[in-house]
Write a protein that binds this ligand. Structure first.
Ligand code: TRP
Length: 462
């Protein structure tokens, strides 16, 4: 368990993971976060339950798999994060574009991620004060998000915490703690899940979440599932290039990819089982409750907790662990932004952290206030927070993934990628990988991108 010590984030003395375990744990630490516990359940509830889950699993095993392998192999081959990796194959505009779009996405996600981190912090605070019943009240969450300055306050508390950890350089400490917190999170999730699925009426929710029903399929199911897969596995945003650049040539890329996917998906499914059956138990699974969107976790979990009888300690533990998962991911999001600036501008860590801080404050505040004083601003009908989520996940990520596909297939060549993978192990699924990268991925990405845009402009109704 001493592997984490070798993860060095400074580019000047580029470190490396000491082995597969260190790599898998670190990727999992950045992958497992609000995406799994907060985002996955509300998307699954909204976009078809079991149908969403099925589409998600298929996409993850094929598409996600191919993308992770490509990004990791390109990172390891070049020893660079995305901007540098793209530039090692060419200097023209397309290369710069490909690298930067991958790097800009985390900078857009980090601000609103911290706003949600702020919501989690606020809930933890209220549980610490023993307000179990108050949080379970029907309109508590929507009233809270409209209180602009309260939301802004908690956002800043969370963001300051993230910066404190980054500047103090205790990243390795965080990785150590996350090895303790992650298993704890799983234990607690199993516990809450069992409680939640045994409530009267909950079994309908279990069925809705696990059994695919074609009636619930819509094209938006695919668009949302793909965005979520990218988000949850941190694909198409440069992270995996960077992590790939830290691994040694003897780490089995295929095997570690499988382990990361399994880890990440198990937590998402557990979270779905925790939250969706509770929606059915507490509201009879009516359609509007399933459509709650980003609010879902903040509405159902407090209701489950309030009905437990020992809601205060359970609430404290639950939100503490969610907070922790959110913190480790937020740190890695912000850190990626900082290191991109350091690499590209050659400025000091402090100066780059400052720039990132300004971006975070500006975009984060806009998202935080978007449900309150800035409520009048709607971008294509979306609140500011939803818009950033949509822009990064449904528009920019397909473009970034497309850039990686083009780089891998047409510039580097799949043969060279396979050679990179084969340095450490046999490439068992090479044929599937090649087929996917060459034909399916570009087609799929283009269709998804076009549908997302068409949906927003109301050209088609999905
Ligand atoms: N995957 C993280 C989650 O599930 C969120 C995330 C998206 C992320 N992009 C990232 C984390 C980049 C770290 C780095 O919550």
């Amino acid at each position: 368990m001493s592997n984490h010590k070798n993860i060095v984030s400074s580019r000047s003395d580029r470190g490396s993971f000491s082995g597969r375990l260190g790599y898998v744990m670190s990727v999992a630490g950045s992958a497992i976060g609000l995406g799994n516990i907060w985002r996955f359940p509300y998307l699954a509830a909204k976009y078809g339950g079991g149908m969403f889950l099925l589409v998600y699993l298929i996409l993850m095993l094929t598409f996600g798999y191919a993308m992770i392998i490509s990004e990791t192999a390109l990172g390891r081959m070049t020893g660079k994060s995305p901007v540098g990796a793209f530039n090692s194959f060419g200097k023209g505009l397309p290369f710069r574009f490909g690298g930067w779009i991958n790097s800009i996405i985390p900078m857009l996600i980090a601000p609103y991620y911290c706003v949600i981190g702020g919501w989690v912090t606020k809930y933890l605070f209220e549980y610490l004060r023993g307000n179990v019943q108050l949080l379970a009240e029907d309109n508590y969450f929507s009233t809270f998000t409209q209180e602009s300055w309260a939301v802004e306050f908690w956002f800043i508390i969370f963001a300051v915490f993230v910066f404190f950890i980054i500047l103090a350089g205790v990243k390795n400490g965080v990785e150590l703690v996350s090895k303790i917190m992650m298993p704890l999170l799983i234990l607690l999730a199993v516990f809450v899940t069992i409680y939640s699925i045994t409530r009267p009426g909950a079994i309908e929710g279990v069925k809705y979440f696990l059994i695919p029903n074609f009636k619930n399929f819509s094209w938006m199911t695919v668009v949302a599932a793909m965005g979520q897969m990218f988000y949850s596995l941190s694909i198409a945003m440069g992270i995996l290039y960077t992590y790939g650049s830290y691994i040694k040539k003897d780490v089995d890329i295929e095997k570690s990819t499988k382990q990361v996917e399994m880890f990440d998906t198990s937590i998402a499914i557990l979270a779905g089982l925790m939250i969706i059956p509770a929606v059915f138990a507490f509201s009879g699974g009516d359609a509007s409750a399933l459509q709650a969107g980003p609010a879902l976790m903040f509405i159902t979990i407090p209701k489950v907790l309030a009905s437990m009888g020992f809601g205060t300690p359970a609430g404290i533990i639950f939100f503490l662990l969610v907070l922790f998962a959110a913190l480790t991911s937020a740190i890695s999001l912000v850190e990626t932004g900082v290191s991109t600036f350091m690499d590209q501008l050659g400025w000091s860590r402090l100066k780059c952290s400052f720039i990132m801080g300004v971006i975070l404050l500006l975009l984060g505040s806009a998202s935080a206030l978007g449900f309150g004083v800035l409520d009048f601003i709607k971008i294509f009908g979306m609140s500011i927070l939803d818009f950033f989520d949509f822009l990064s996940n449904s528009i920019m990520m397909p473009i970034a993934a497309l850039a990686t596909c083009i780089l891998a297939v047409h510039v580097v060549g799949l043969k060279k990628i396979a050679e990179e993978v084969e340095i450490s192990s046999a490439f068992k699924r090479k044929k599937t990988y090649n087929f996917f990268m060459k034909y399916l991925a570009p087609f799929f990405l283009a269709v998804i991108l076009i549908s997302a845009v068409a949906d927003v402009f109301g050209i088609i109704k999905l």
